[in-house]
Write a protein of this length. Structure first.
Length: 117
């Protein structure tokens, strides 16, 4: 039962990562890393495919080995936060416009303090 749960979660994460590859503001790599985590517990063949994938494999290995995020990934994440803040400042009423600011400060500081590949 547990194995099926991880397989379904891995497939959903992989699908969200695929959608994130074409939609702005939806991250790709975190969902792919989550899919690799789930597939490691349910489908070694799919996990191996992700780990050896030319685009995603290096990010998965860097995260597993060192908890590292590439400089490009950090910049992309922070730009996404900045875009979210701008949108909320324009569209959201007070005090709701502060929610993305708080999320950006917390999430952005965590992302920036991760080691780099």
């Amino acid at each position: 039962m547990k194995r099926h749960f991880y397989f379904v979660c891995g497939c959903l994460s992989l699908a969200l990562g695929g959608i994130g590859a074409v939609l702005p503001l939806l991250p790709t790599v975190p969902f792919i890393i989550l899919a690799a985590f789930c597939f490691a517990r349910s489908s070694p063949k799919l996990e191996a495919w992700l780990v050896h994938h030319p685009s995603f494999g290096p990010h998965i290995v860097a995260w597993r080995d060192k908890g590292a995020i590439s400089r490009k990934g950090k910049v992309a994440g922070l730009l996404g936060f900045a875009f979210s803040i701008l949108i909320s400042l324009v569209l959201a009423p007070w005090p709701w416009m502060l929610v993305p600011v708080v999320a950006a400060v917390i999430g952005g500081s965590w992302i920036w303090t991760r080691p780099e590949e």
